[in-house]
Each structure stands twice: as C-alpha cells, then as structure tokens.
Design a protein around this ligand. Structure first.
Ligand code: C6P
Length: 400
C-alpha cells in the first residue's frame, strides 16, 4: 500500500501536518471520497426519500436503497437483512429491546466481561425486566474467551449469546464462528458486536453464521450518526418493532396498526439519508484498498510498535497479541490522563480512560488505560512518535 497516497485522501491529515492519529478505535478519519459523496447528496438532491413524487426524490430514494445493497454486499448479507440505525449502540439496543419479546423468567443470556457498555447494558436491562439470568463466560488469565469456557456456561437454558467480535480494550478476536455453531446447537441466537471488527476484517455473515451483527459507520471511514444492524431475515421477520411512526407503518386505524416488512419496520421516521449514502461510499473506499491489505498493514505497525516498546522500561502492555490493531497500556506510576497531556502536546492522538468498558478495565485491576489504535493511514513514523512520547511522558512525570 502506498501510505503517502492514502494519507492524501484524508483532509484532516492534510490540514494538520505532523498529526499522529492513533485513535481510530474511537472514530476513524473520513476520506475525501466520502465527504464528497455526502456533499453531492446535499448539493444535487437534498430532499427526502420514499415520499416525494418527483424526480429528485426518486433519485435520492434510489441512491439510498443502492446504499443498502452496497452495505449488504460488504458483509455478504442480503439487502433485506440490513437495518440502518444511529450507530452500533443503537443496533445493539435494538436487538435487545426487540428480542426481549422471546425471553422468559429463568432463561439465560451469555455474555463476557470484555463487552463495551453498549453491548452489556441492554441485556442487563432485559434480565432485570424479565427475571432472566446474565451469565459471564469465565475469562482466562489474559482476559481471553476460550471455547472450553464458553461450553462450561452453555446450556439448554441459553437463549442469547451477546459477544464482541474484537474487544475495544484488549483487541482479542473472539472465535465467533465456533461460538455460533455451539449456540445454535442449543437453540440460542448470537448477537455479535462488530464495532471493532467490521472496519478491519473481511466479514462474511453467512460464513460466521451469526444471527445479528452491529456496527458503526464512523469507525470505518463513514460519517457519524449511522450504523447497521444485520439480522437474519427470518429473525427480523418475527421480531417486533420498538419504535413506531412514519415510514415503518403499513396501515394505521384508530385502534389497529400494521407494519412494513423487515428491515423497514425497524426504521422509523425520515432516515439518515446523507449518512447512509456516505457509509456506502466508505464501504466502497475500504473495498478499493482491500480489507486483507488493511489488516496486513495494521499488523506490521503493531509488530513494529510492540518490538520498540519491549525496550522501554516502566510500561505495562495489557495485550501483546497480534490479533488486532490496538494496544492498551499504562506508564507505571503515571495516570493515563496526565500522560495524555504529553501526547497531546506532541500531536499524538490516543485515548485515555476506561473506554466505555469498565468491567474489563477492572479485570485488568485498573481504573483506566491508555489505548492507541492503528488504521491503514498510519505509518512507522506515527509509531516512532508514539514511542518517543511515551518515553517523554515517563521521564517527565517520574522525575517529580
Ligand atoms: N467504542 C471506543 O473508543 P458507537 O459509540 O455506538 O459508535 O459504538 C459503541 C461501541 C460498541 N462496541 C464496541 C466494541 C465499541 O468499541 C464501541 C465504541 C469507542 O472504544 C467509543 S467508547
């Protein structure tokens, strides 16, 4: 990959020379192609979809529905299995709020301590409301999910497995395909949080055989405010809508109402038109670069970073694995937010905190960590800046 050429696609990098943007797990940068496509919609069309009986609205509707096909193809789904939402959090909440219909007292829902709050809290809520039981897969010492541990909690009482594909703190890639096969053998469905995997891995929902997959546009070069819920059609068909109103209605009478078929029954009101169109452009952009190339490049960067950090005394890395493109670490004796001020001074953007995942941060016996995350527009120079900033922060704060 020609990283110099790739960097030129990102206006934020051109407009902020010297920036080492290492916070793509929080939100990726947006390429010019995506920004231009959004501008095209606003400059050339700019009207509502599915409503107007005029040319501009037909064209906007076509572009919007074409986008559904592009996103479906991106993860090898069918277009009627793609629900557009506000983001991964909204998708994860939608699954829980709707599938709750099929959860009864005593049922069991399996999850992990690795989950982002947006994947854990909706099921905590369901369990409280339905008197169902939330069961955590015991993690091994490194914080990993193993198939043996999953088998130890799976039973005929299991109705749902809610699990991340890639953890946003430890970066482990969970064995989703095996988990789906085992869960299906007891009649459970699997809701996968793909917020940290879809931007980086070639995803094939048919091959994984997951029942639901949630992800956000803004972490994969698309705009913020849009996300996707993939759901198997037969499940979406039997699940009730959770929001009611314009566009999702079929027939409305004073005491009766019917809904459109899935996915439309889950999309209430004027949709996220420019955002969806921008997301489809982001999928095309990522496909143009190649997900395999993206993953290979990120791993090169991570290998290089881990190699350099090995020689830096006084830091603890919580995930030395090469599973994914993020590194969670702390500078021993330095609060992550203090260290962050040195990174900021050096134009190194990374995240400090508990990353909306308190249970796994507590599992690490920390209240917060530093996290850098690479994407395909990063280069070795960015890693060098990260390492020199870590050394500077350590030396500055520990000389106090
Ligand atoms: N994690 C991070 O810095 P939203 O905010 O809805 O786009 O995505 C929520 C979400 C769900 N699952 C996982 C695994 C995630 O990583 C995130 C977002 C960001 O780690 C912001 S907290």
């Amino acid at each position: 990959m020609d990283i110099k050429k790739i960097k030129e696609c990102f206006p934020v990098l051109n407009n902020n020379p010297g920036l080492a943007y290492l916070d793509s797990a929080a939100s990726s940068l947006k390429p010019k192609q995506v920004i231009d496509k959004i501008m095209y919609y606003y400059n050339e069309l700019g009207v509502n979809v599915n409503r107007g009986v005029y040319d501009l609205s037909y064209r906007a509707t076509d572009l919007y529905e074409d986008s559904r096909r592009v996103v479906a193809k991106f993860i090898n789904a069918n277009e009627d299995e793609i629900v557009f939402t506000r983001g991964a959090s909204a998708s994860l909440n939608l699954v829980a709020s709707s599938y709750m219909e099929f959860i009864n007292e005593g049922d069991e829902i399996i999850t992990t301590l690795q989950e982002h709050h947006s994947a854990m809290m909706p099921w905590l809520n369901v369990c409280k409301k339905k008197n169902a039981k939330l069961i955590y897969i015991p993690l091994n010492e490194e914080g990993k999910v193993t198939i043996e541990a999953f088998k130890s909690v799976l039973s005929n009482k299991t109705k749902v497995v809610s699990i991340n594909h890639v953890s946003n703190v430890l970066g482990y890639t969970n064995p989703i395909k095996e988990i789906c096969a085992l869960a299906h053998s007891v009649g459970a469905v699997v809701s996968v949080d793909g917020a940290q995997s879809v931007p980086h891995l070639k995803i094939d929902v048919k091959d994984l055989d997951c029942d639901f997959l949630s992800f956000s546009g803004h972490k994969m070069c698309g705009p913020s405010g849009v996300g996707v819920l993939y759901g198997k059609k037969e499940l979406l068909d039997k699940m009730p809508p959770v929001e009611f109103g314009g566009d999702m209605a079929q027939d409305v009478f004073p005491y009766e109402m019917t809904f459109k078929d899935a996915p439309y029954k889950f999309e209430t009101g004027t949709p996220l038109i420019s955002e969806v169109i921008g997301l489809a452009e982001a999928c095309k952009f990522l496909e143009g670069i190649g997900l395999e190339n993206i993953k290979a490049h990120e791993l090169e960067l991570k290998k290089y970073a881990i190699e350099k950090l090995k020689d830096v005394e006084g830091i603890t890395i919580y995930n030395n694995n090469l599973d994914s493109s993020l590194i969670s670490f702390n500078i021993d004796g330095v609060h992550p937010h203090d260290a962050a001020s040195i990174f900021d001074k050096n134009k190194v953007c990374l995240r400090a905190g508990y990353h909306c995942a308190q249970p796994i941060t507590r599992f690490l016996k920390q209240i917060s960590t530093l996290r850098c995350s690479f994407y395909f527009y990063n280069d070795f120079e960015d890693v060098d800046k990260l390492v020199s900033s870590i050394i500077e922060a350590r030396d500055f704060f520990l000389s106090f």
